[in-house]
Design a protein around this ligand. Structure first.
Ligand SMILES: [Zn+2]
Length: 459
């Protein structure tokens, strides 16, 4: 009898102990996804835009907005209330506030900070870094590089070669050589056993480590709104990364950045922003497919590094008119290219009718979107300055040096949608956080961007 009692007590104790162990189990597969510049209104605006296109006022669920755990996070950096992507990337990756501009270094620029990717690599997990911009850009760099400034692209790329991470995927690199005497970044990567695959056709999992690029020197993939069927997408990069990282059974850490949300916000281009957020949501379907195969071993956290543009949904009237944005056919970037091409072809013969046809075809002006007399005059005045008086009408934002005729047209369309922008830069606004999977319940209460490191590396 005594032995039976002891056995029962032992069995209960064992089951409690085992339960504790399983509750503390760390995820075998970790996804950390960052929408660059994606504040709460970038997400809500996308949801409301899609709903409006279906004739409804409200929110259409995106793949990640239905995750069970959601909260908001602050993003300020060590010395600035408004962060840059380098400091916020470092805070997300390494769990410490730093100086704006610094990549994986402390705020005094005196010591390197190690990222969750580096720590999990040390613990034996495979590691992948995927972005829709260049691999040496601030957000991805914060996970593998240690440089005092984000503009040191060559040195950042050399840190990628040293990282020993398994998979890098992105548009390309910004600087292949520092000067004519320096060794090409691609050669250094190859010497570190990386296979360089240009385009999805060259991707092959039978390599030790891989860098998958759209082109060797390229700053970004195409915007989702501009994408032609054959273009490389963030979703293509993520599915290759998943294929590559699962060829061994080590578990993995995969960072995915939707980097072009920020670029579109910097040019206050709402139609392009919402298409990018929707594209990130579609990319998440790849991730969720994996999650549903391994629900007990996977953690997915999706957040942003900061808000960009001070996007507001509503400009005074108690309504939005987001569906008008459908009339914009391409991103401001692409429209600039197309406009310059048209202007070059027409040469001296270009007339207001040509410009009007271009704006009609690409913004729906006059045909689907009624313009006031003042709005038409504004555009016509810019045309005259640019083509009759030969004055400089270029307008510079962070990632775009473009024609004022295009930026003014984007501005008019955003105004008609009742979308407001407070700047061409970043803001300190809260960013959203969404999580699902093993350990996701720890995402709760208002967070800060330095909280994720601890959460992803504990156990
Ligand atoms: Zn930015």
């Amino acid at each position: 009898m005594k032995y039976i009692k002891l056995f029962i007590i032992g069995a209960i104790a064992c089951s409690i102990f085992c339960q504790c162990i399983s509750n503390n189990k760390s995820p075998k597969y970790v996804f950390f996804i960052i929408g660059d510049g994606m504040g709460v209104n970038q997400v809500l605006g996308t949801q409301m835009y899609i709903a409006e296109k279906e004739g409804k006022i409200g929110r259409k669920e995106l793949s990640f907005t239905s995750f069970p755990q959601t909260t908001i996070a602050s993003t300020y950096s060590q010395y600035n209330a408004v962060t840059c992507s380098a400091a916020s990337g470092t805070a997300l990756a390494c769990g410490e506030k730093t100086k704006n501009g610094a990549i994986g270094m402390d705020s005094l620029l005196s010591k390197p900070l190690f990222s969750v990717a580096q720590k999990l690599r040390q613990q034996g997990k495979n590691v992948g870094i995927v972005t829709s911009v260049s691999i040496d850009h601030a957000t991805p760099a914060a996970f593998y590089a240690h440089q005092p400034h984000r503009s040191m692209y060559y040195d950042i790329a050399l840190d990628a070669a040293k990282s020993d991470f398994d998979f890098f995927g992105g548009a390309g690199f910004l600087q292949l050589q520092k000067d004519t005497n320096s060794v090409n970044v691609l050669t250094i990567l190859q010497d570190s056993n990386y296979f360089i695959a240009k385009g999805i056709e060259e991707y092959n999992r039978n390599h030790e480590k891989i860098v998958l690029l759209q082109d060797f020197e390229k700053e970004s993939l195409d915007f989702a709104i501009d994408r032609e069927n054959q273009d490389l997408s963030l979703s293509n990069l993520v599915s290759s990364a998943l294929d590559f990282l699962t060829k061994e059974d080590n578990g993995f850490f995969l960072m995915i950045e939707g980097g072009l949300i920020d670029w579109a916000c910097h040019s206050n281009d709402a139609a392009t922003v919402f298409a990018e957020v929707e594209d990130l949501s579609n990319t998440m379907n790849e991730v969720l497919r994996f999650y549903h195969q391994h629900p007990d071993e996977t953690l997915i956290i999706l957040t942003a590094d900061h808000e960009t543009g001070g996007l507001s949904l509503g400009t005074g009237d108690y309504q939005l008119n987001l569906s008008v944005l459908q009339n914009q056919k391409k991103s401001a970037y692409k429209l600039n290219e197309m406009f310059n091409q048209m202007a070059k072809e027409k040469g001296e013969n270009i007339c207001w009718e040509d410009v009007k046809t271009f704006l009609e075809d690409n913004f729906g002006f006059w045909k689907n979107v009624e313009l006031t007399k003042e709005e038409t005059n504004e555009l016509r005045n810019i045309f005259e300055k640019r083509f009759l008086l030969h004055q400089n009408t270029q307008q510079q934002t962070l990632y775009l040096n473009g024609e004022q005729l295009i930026s003014q047209s984007v501005k008019i369309l955003n105004k008609k949608a009742n979308i407001g922008w407070s700047s061409y830069g970043h803001s300190a606004g809260f960013v959203p956080v969404f999580a699902i999977g093993l350990g996701a319940e720890k995402i709760q209460g208002i967070m800060d961007n330095t909280d994720f490191y601890q959460l992803l590396t504990e156990n």
